[in-house]
Design a protein around this ligand. Structure first.
Ligand code: ZN
Length: 475
């Protein structure tokens, strides 16, 4: 490591430490760290500016990806030293990182984790899923692990978790950031944990019965699946010990019919996290006690640790306050993966007014509605699979699962959509067909063919749902 690299790293770590308040326990019942969680907009801006002025020299000296980009844009680190300067830096998207990792496998150069740091204080390797190309790898340090525990504790404290809770973690414990970050946070909070990797539904249902967790930690699809497994075993999930469903991985809290289905099934409150591998170690978005109140459903962001913006999906220019756009994150928390204007790419609308919970950190109103990559464009009309989910799950008499099939009609090549749903009993399908068609048309203003199939026909989703099949001729 060069002297400059080492000096800028030490400066960055000192700045991170300076803004870590209440490292070990909650200061009060409402906020883990009132100095940060309850900071005013001006105080948040001052923290972000100070961190930005230190992170850009650190990135320049410790990441070849960033150094090359600064040079290519004819910028120096001091050109990006405050929030107002950020606009000079075009957003970084996943394809740019993918090209970097393909040119320099297996890690690329977009992080500040070098071999020397990994060998002296490496903690864990995480990976993007790789479903849309070469996986991008993020290695985090022991220092990151400690920040992660703290920032996730702040978020889970806001969601009302206490040491009286017992959390059942039902994930595969793979190289995905969510489960590990939550686990570190729970340990910091002194909350007991039941590890639930490598088990089938019946075994997990047995654990709910015997060890009485109060919180289930899983994807929303899995919470639904496990509830149905319990019902098939003759048990009622609504009378179980579970009081909170803590979900991530797919949007659920802001999709009304899905939230209601889950909350009714379990007799529990649904809360949500939102984040990404690239901008850890941090919760990202989290629910507070005021979500679901008069401002509807939303997620808080933790702005002393990250700067959040939205950009126009076409021009990638910053959208006006209150305008919907794609999420962009500048990560000001990590030793290993600070990022400048990373295009996370989920649609949302940011609100900077103070929340009823007392936090003035930005809120993602309506939560995050799906990645831009998931957007379906059918004959020029764009919509998310979650909009079909919202339409079909509001209809009584249907099962939990549905599928969207996109094809090109052989006769004239026109692209068409079929929505396949299950009825919940073996009653007549004709009435349901009309109801589903009308609900889909009302939601997305498109006519879809509807097929109603017998209960149990569609595959049951266990983890992340794959509900769209695209067989169109020209995708
Ligand atoms: Zn709030």
């Amino acid at each position: 490591m060069t002297d400059r690299a080492e000096k800028t790293r030490n400066d960055w770590l000192a700045t991170l430490a300076k803004f870590k308040a209440d490292p070990d326990q909650a200061a009060n019942e409402r906020m883990w760290s009132p100095r940060l969680d309850g900071a005013s907009r001006d105080e948040i801006t001052a923290i972000q500016n100070e961190k930005l002025s230190v992170v850009t020299p650190f990135l320049y000296e410790n990441s070849r990806f960033y150094r090359d980009r600064f040079d290519r844009l004819d910028l120096t680190p001091s050109d990006i030293a405050s929030l107002d300067d950020l606009v000079k830096w075009p957003v970084v998207d996943k394809s740019e990182m993918t090209r970097d990792v393909e040119a320099s496998p297996p890690y690329g150069h977009f992080t500040t984790m070098g071999e020397d740091i990994w060998q002296s204080r490496g903690w864990m390797l995480f990976s993007t899923s790789g479903t849309t190309g070469t996986p991008r790898i993020f290695r985090y340090s022991q220092i990151d692990r400690e920040y992660w525990a703290w920032s996730n504790a702040r978020a889970m404290h806001a969601m009302g978790f206490t040491p009286a809770d017992t959390v059942f973690m039902m994930t595969g414990y793979g190289p995905h950031v969510w489960a590990w970050g939550v686990q570190m946070g729970l340990a910091k909070m002194g909350i007991g944990l039941l590890p639930g990797g490598g088990m089938d539904g019946a075994m997990r249902a047995g654990i709910v019965e015997r060890f009485k967790p109060t919180v289930l930690c899983c994807t929303p699809s899995y919470a639904l699946y496990l509830g149905r497994v319990m019902q098939d075993l003759g048990r009622d999930p609504a009378t179980s010990s579970v009081t909170k469903l803590f979900c991530a991985g797919e949007p659920s809290m802001a999709i009304g019919p899905t939230r209601e289905k889950l909350e009714d099934l379990w007799g529990a409150r649904l809360v949500e996290f939102y984040g990404c591998t690239e901008a850890a170690p941090q919760a990202g978005g989290y629910a507070c006690e005021a979500t679901g109140g008069e401002d509807g459903y939303f997620l808080h962001l933790m702005e002393d640790l990250q700067v959040w913006e939205t950009v126009d999906p076409e021009t990638l220019e910053t959208t006006a306050p209150g305008q919907r756009g794609l999420s962009v994150c500048t990560n000001l928390i990590s030793e290993s993966s600070p990022q400048l204007r990373f295009l996370v790419g989920d649609f949302t609308t940011l609100n900077h007014e103070t929340c009823a919970c007392g936090r003035s950190h930005a809120r993602a109103m309506g939560c995050f509605q799906g990645r831009a990559d998931d957007l379906i464009n059918l004959r020029g009309i764009k919509f998310f699979p979650t909009q079909i989910e919202k339409a079909v799950r509001a209809i009584p008499g249907l099962g939990d699962e549905f599928q969207i099939v996109l094809t090109s009609r052989p006769a004239d090549g026109m692209d068409i959509m079929k929505v396949v749903v299950e009825h919940s009993d073996h009653g007549p399908a004709s009435k349901l067909t009309e109801t589903v068609a009308a609900a889909v048309r009302a939601e997305i203003e498109l006519r879809a063919d509807i097929e109603v199939v017998a209960p149990g026909t569609l595959p049951k989703t266990e983890f992340k749902a794959k509900r769209v099949t695209d067989e169109r001729a020209n995708r």
